[in-house]
Design a protein around this ligand. Sequence first.
Ligand SMILES: CC(=O)N[C@H](C=O)[C@@H](O)[C@H](O)[C@H](O)CO
Ligand SMILES: CC(=O)C(=O)O
Length: 304
Amino acid sequence: MRDLDKYKGVIPAFYACYDEKGEISPERVRALTEYFVDKKVRGVYVNGSSGECIYQSVEDRKVVLENVMKVRGDLTVINHIACNNTKDGMELAAHAESLKVDAIAAIPPIYFKLPEYSIAQYWNDYSSAAPNTDFIIYNIPQLAGVALSRSLYAKMRENRNVIGVKNSSMPTYDIQGFVRDGGDDYIVFNGPDEQFVSGRVIGAGAGIGGTYGAMPELFLAMNESIESGDIKRARDIQYDVNDIIEKLTSGHGNMYAMIKEVLRINEGLDIGSVRKPLVALTDADKEIAKAAAKMIVDAKKKFL
Ligand SMILES: CC(=O)N[C@H](C=O)[C@@H](O)[C@H](O)[C@H](O)CO
Ligand SMILES: CC(=O)C(=O)O
């Protein structure tokens, strides 16, 4: 049986950190990593959706990972390496293994609708470029346009590097099926932050999410409540967290820009804005960010 303990808990998705010109800022990447070390989360998920990976070059993504690894402390590091073309993704997979990340992860190929055997080949090619590194399948059908079927998951488990699925589809039934099929030797990560409690209760061993970074304490508190069996407290926190997420997504600008503004307000942490075509905040959005930041402060007072 594999020991998957290092993956169990709250794993925030890492945000892209830019300087004033919109280029990757190595200093700000290290500052965000140190922030997560201080918050005592289990790990970080680097260069995923929240890392704006599809708008980053191969070189950008290497610089991000290298700087996370410099100051990672005890954080478990999962690095999303998919590039849509196998060649660049294999380069990132090999680079990640050379830096000794805990795991690599990949979405399926997007745009062309490829048959399942092509998708399996794509993932196995990535894994073959990092043969001594755990591999996590990233299932996010609403954005990727392809869903992980249970038969494709069975096929992927023939590769012993595969340790589980980060499941960002909305039905928690999908989580239950992947847990049923993989059993204790695999782990399923809850994707939708709005369903953290539901996903964990039905069997996800951990969560990876895009809004955790704005309020890590609240996700840690939900996780602890689930582990101690206090489902009522976990649910009460989830309701307030979901009000906060609805606020974070109510602006004209992109949610990640909103979260970065919240981090400036609540934590004094400046990691820049977002990269085009993602839209930056308007003046009106800044008022929304202030309100969201206050909701986070209030929820922490209420529950912690
Ligand atoms: C579709 C999407 O991006 N899902 C993310 C990862 O699973 C979530 O963490 C969301 O960012 C979060 O649930 C906010 O909607
Ligand atoms: C979980 C998430 O938002 C990401 O892939 O970065």
